[in-house]
Design a protein around this ligand. Structure first.
Ligand SMILES: C[S@@+](CC[C@H](N)C(=O)[O-])C[C@H]1O[C@@H](n2cnc3c(N)ncnc32)[C@H](O)[C@@H]1O
Length: 326
């Protein structure tokens, strides 16, 4: 797949600063609204992004929720305009937090998408194990990807993203197919609960950006919701992960980023992807289990407290400082 992607791109592997249908990779320095305005109607097959959550990260100003939603609505309306009739929008979000109370952003954005007549196909739960430790509520260990389409005739390629069956040797035990294997030999539908490690300090893809997508998360969306040569757009590109996943699979990638240092990282990572040197966690690799791997750190030092010992035998934790947003 990767070789094919490179052969599609290597004659034209320049990174353009402006969008044009004939380009392959576009890195726009500036506000996504300006990039979107330069893209013709109905031309992008997949829009996948993780917008600012309005929680005061270094790249955003914390706004009143109504103002934030208005800004998001403007971007989403432009995305709907440029989306191809068979295309998809995947909006990856978590919670907005105000004085310790959480507001799930996919819930408050739902009316924005439905007012544009977009149809929700899945609300994917992305579960990960590392993050902030909360003291006044349970620590957040999932975010969502809400997937919308423009029409009922949308691209959905399941075979390239199937995952291993739980019981591949299982057979029909009665009926006309008795004795034959009952599962699809290509694997099973991955479902709508995706367990994929998030990009924290030990992750091979970690840059200085505080909230990167893991490449494998976006690869699954690119493979299932687009075909080779299609455009994939990320209006809030960050470190370029969406474009990397697109390029890897022979698609075209466009994105906007307002912070110059993230744009520089995106450019560098895209170059590394093109020359085959970008290190990423492979799609489909099982999540590391420190207990199964018999990591020394899973043996609790305080043997005298059986309650604690039991906890540590099954749940080794990463340590990260508490955050005021928790
Ligand atoms: C949640 S991060 C996305 C990270 C990205 N998914 C990745 O893998 O690196 C959101 C990004 O949007 C950028 N951003 C915020 N407002 C923007 C705007 N109006 N136009 C373009 N980029 C914007 C921020 O600087 C930040 O890097």
């Amino acid at each position: 797949m990767k070789l094919r992607a490179q052969s599609l791109l290597n004659t034209t592997a320049t990174i353009s600063r402006e969008y044009s249908l004939s380009e392959h990779i576009v890195l726009y320095s500036g506000d996504c609204i300006d990039l979107l305005k330069s893209i013709p109607d109905d031309s992008i097959q997949l829009i996948v992004t993780s917008p600012p959550y309005n929680i005061g990260k270094e790249y955003e100003k914390k706004l009143d929720l109504a103002v934030y939603l208005q800004e998001q609505a403007q971007v989403i309306a432009e995305c709907a305009r440029v989306l191809s009739p068979r295309g998809s929008i995947c909006w990856q979000v978590g919670n907005y937090v105000q004085k310790g109370a959480i507001v799930p952003l996919d819930a408050v954005l739902y009316p924005v998408f439905s007012n544009l007549s977009l149809k929700m196909r899945n609300r994917i739960i992305w579960h990960f194990e590392h993050g902030l430790h909360c003291s006044r509520r349970f620590s957040g260990r999932y975010e969502t990807i809400v997937w919308y389409t423009k029409t009922d005739d949308y691209v959905f390629n399941l075979d390239p993203v199937r995952t291993p069956q739980k019981y591949p040797g299982k057979k029909h035990f009665k009926g006309p197919n008795a004795g034959q294997y009952s599962c699809n030999p290509l694997g099973k539908n991955p479902g709508d609960l995706w367990v994929i490690p998030n990009v924290k300090s030990n992750h091979v893809e970690k840059t200085e950006h505080p909230c990167q997508f893991p490449v494998e998360l976006i690869e699954r969306l690119v493979l299932s919701l687009t075909n080779e040569g299609d455009w994939v757009l990320d209006p809030f590109l960050g470190t370029g992960t969406t474009s990397i996943a697109a390029i890897r699979h022979g698609r075209r990638g466009a994105g906007a980023e307002i912070v110059q240092k993230y744009l520089d990282i995106a450019r560098e990572r895209i170059h590394q992807e093109l020359d085959g040197t970008l290190r990423t966690r492979p799609m489909g690799r099982p999540v590391y289990d420190p207990v199964e791997a018999r990591s020394k750190l899973t043996f609790a030092p305080w043997k005298e407290d059986p309650k604690q010992t039991a906890l540590f035998e099954r749940s080794p934790e990463c340590t990260e400082a508490e955050d005021e947003d928790c």
